[in-house]
Every structure is written in C-alpha cells, then in structure tokens.
Design a protein. Structure first.
Length: 192
C-alpha cells in the first residue's frame, strides 16, 4: 500500500475483536510515532501501552473523573458512572494513551510540542492501518482533566492528547470515506 492510498483508506473504526494485538505490531506502531517531525528534536511524546488488566488504569482514571464531575448524586448513580467508565477502557484489546510533555528548552514554542505529538498520533494510526488493524483516536474533556494527569504521572505542563483504541477489525470491510475537495479549503497565492 502506498502512502497516498494509506491516507485515503484509513478509517476510525471502534468495533474490534477481543483478539490480542501482537507485541511486534505494537512496537512498530510506537516506532512510527517516534518518527514524527518535532521542532528542535525535543521528542515531546509519551506513550502508555494498556493491555489486559492494564486497561483498568484508564478505566479508574475515567471513573474518578466521572465521579468528580457528577457532583452530588446518589450512590447508585455513582456506581453506574464508575461501571460505564471502566467499560470504556475495555473497548479494544489494546489502548495506547498518548501524552505530550513539553520541553523546558528555551526558544521552543509549546504549541509546536502539541503539533509534534499530533503528528506522532497520525503516524501511529497509519502504521496500525498498514498492519491491517482497526483503530480509533478518542479524546474529550476527561483526557485533558488534571485527574488524568495524576493517574498517568504527567507533569503540570503535560497533557493527555488521546487514546488510540486498536484491535483486529470486527467489520468485514472498511467503510468508504468522504471528504470535501481540497479546492474548497485552499487559497493559491502566486503573487503579492
């Protein structure tokens, strides 16, 4: 598969089988992430590989956040929130949590550190696709919550930028994608 084909055929697929992803495949996905462009070679990414019972680390963080955000609710409702949060972490046999830890190096713009990690995530998603795996990049308010930082040992400047849920596809084929033409989003400037 060439690069253009990989970009055009990769899809966010959350329905995966429970079959484990081989360690060799996981290592290739992680390696792909490390080849993302990054200003001044800061390599600001941090990866957390969650498999089996290790996924509970994410579930517990999500449960604590859900409880903190719920406010004053009955114990039964809190139990439901916790159960639902724990289930979210088990939607795939492999979850790779991806965080940014911005450098303290002088002259490095923090926003560029985020950009580097987003590029790493795209590399990882493309590598997973190339390996025949299904994946989806999940984010949302809980990812950015200070409780998430605490659970994963991130610094005050660090931030969880998403969770890559990866597994063998449960669908017989990938759905076809659709995008607006680049022409609608492009301005050509040949002279000033």
């Amino acid at each position: 598969m060439n690069i253009f084909e990989a970009i055009r055929t990769r899809r966010s697929i959350g329905r995966v089988s429970e079959e484990e992803v081989p360690r060799e495949s996981i290592e290739r996905i992680l390696e792909a992430g490390t080849w993302a462009p990054n200003h001044r070679r800061t390599e600001p990414w941090k990866f957390f590989v969650l498999r089996g019972e290790g996924r509970k680390k994410l579930g517990l963080a999500l449960a604590e956040i859900a409880k903190a955000e719920a406010g004053a609710v009955e114990a039964e409702e809190l139990d439901k929130l916790e159960s639902k949060a724990l289930d979210k972490a088990k939607r795939a046999p492999l979850v790779i949590a991806v965080a940014v830890e911005p450098t303290e190096k002088e002259g490095v713009i923090e926003l560029e550190e985020y950009g580097a990690v987003f590029a790493a995530i795209q590399n990882m998603l493309l590598e997973a696709h190339g390996l025949g795996l299904a994946s989806v990049w999940r984010t949302g308010e809980p990812a950015y919550h200070p409780i998430m930082n605490k659970h994963f040992g991130l610094s005050d400047k660090g931030k969880m930028l998403g969770f890559l849920y990866i597994g063998k596809p449960a669908l017989p084929s990938m759905p076809e994608g659709k995008r607006e033409s680049y022409l609608a989003k492009t301005v050509w400037i040949d002279e000033v």
